[in-house]
Design a protein around this ligand. Sequence first.
Ligand SMILES: [Zn+2]
Length: 163
Amino acid sequence: MNDTSKARLALAGDGPLVVLTGAVMSAESGVPTFRDAQTGLWARHDPAALATPEAWDRDRDAVWAWYRWREHLVGSAEPNAGHLAIARAAGGRRVTVVTQNVDDLHERAGSSDVLHLHGSLFAHRCDTCETAIEVGPAPTVPVDRLAPPSCSRCGGRARPGVV
Ligand SMILES: [Zn+2]
């Protein structure tokens, strides 16, 4: 039995199910993978150099702008047949989705028990005191610099809620 057949059987069963998903799941929805996100304005940046605490300390306006653009790209994508199949499999049973993805496509497909191993693009928090910070909608055009909002509690800055 191949992997696709095994997955089909597991989704069709009635026992508790844990599903692990990664970048390819979202790529099917048109969400650029971490490296694919480096197009246009961002082509000259190394993603590994942008997504680090050191990059944040060095140039947080650039890092914030890049993450906010990724939010926009994710917000423009729709859950695909895979996300929907997993959500449908829940029916009356326990289905836990463990994902490496920082998007919300599983939730938008209808899955309610989703664990984000790498955090969420949409869960912003203070870079100093970790307080959750609500930010406005992501810009709909890419910009190369954007100042993150300040924390009302300590004056720190909003950061992406991802590892
Ligand atoms: Zn704070």
